[in-house]
Design a protein around this ligand. Structure first.
Ligand SMILES: NC(=O)c1ccc[n+]([C@@H]2O[C@H](COP(=O)([O-])OP(=O)(O)OC[C@H]3O[C@@H](n4cnc5c(N)ncnc54)[C@H](OP(=O)(O)O)[C@@H]3O)[C@@H](O)[C@H]2O)c1
Length: 194
């Protein structure tokens, strides 16, 4: 049974993925978010809710106790958040991190110029990639509500293929990454509809 800590648990993709974890696996979840009153516990037998800011090292480190996988679904000031996660994982002895970023952070989307709005995504991915953690950075295209689970992956160094990707596809991939030892470890993957 995998124990998964979801950071930024009130995010759109995080809420979607938590539902998929509960429906398709026996994983237990710790949902970490600011202003926890916004979230109703979907399954108290398997889900714990922790109120905290990722930048609060003490609360974050405490939440990492007895976890197997950290799934970071964040936005905003991403670089210091990535640094806080790497530090807290070191002090907790945790290795496995799934980190949500965005397409375009390496200027890898054909026909699109790099935009400075991506700086927090590029800089936080660099923090994660320069760590010694067993990370997987995901660089999704635009999220859609398509029901289909239908995606292709591109590696760092390859041109990004595609444009958008369903939440169902991303959640499927995140659940596989969290529950399959060694899958795409130390890779940064573009994810888009096949
Ligand atoms: N939507 C798309 O098409 C698309 C495409 C590619 C990439 N992305 C990126 O993929 C990521 C996940 O997407 P999403 O739609 O799930 O994003 P989202 O709904 O904006 O969720 C991000 C979450 O991060 C939380 N957060 C930010 N700073 C935090 C902190 N210091 N401590 C704790 N929590 C913090 C926010 O919490 P609060 O609710 O408390 O603010 C929010 O719930 C985002 O970075 C998004 O930009 C999105």
């Amino acid at each position: 049974m995998t124990r998964v800590l979801i950071l930024g648990a009130n995010g759109q993709l995080a809420r979607h993925t938590a539902t998929v974890f509960l429906r398709t696996t026996v994983a237990t979840l710790t949902l970490y978010l600011r202003r926890a009153s916004r979230l109703k516990n979907p399954d108290p037998a398997r889900v714990r809710i922790v109120e905290g800011d990722v930048l609060d090292t003490q609360v974050l480190t405490a939440a990492m106790k007895d976890q197997d996988v950290v799934y970071a679904n964040l936005a905003g000031v991403m670089k210091p958040q990535a640094a806080a996660i790497v530090d807290a994982m070191h002090s907790s002895g945790l290795k496995r991190l799934v980190f949500i970023s965005s397409m375009g952070i390496y200027g890898e989307v054909p026909g699109e110029r790099y935009r400075s709005v991506l700086d927090p995504y590029r800089d936080s991915a660099a923090v994660v990639e320069s760590s010694d953690l067993d990370y997987t950075v995901l660089r999704p295209g635009w999220f859609t509500q398509d029901a289909a689970i239908d995606y292709r992956l591109t590696q760092k160094g390859e041109p990004f293929e595609g444009h958008d990707v369903s939440l169902n596809s991303l959640s499927d991939l995140i659940v596989k990454l969290a529950t399959t030892p060694g899958l795409h470890v130390r890779q940064s993957l573009g994810v888009a509809k096949a």
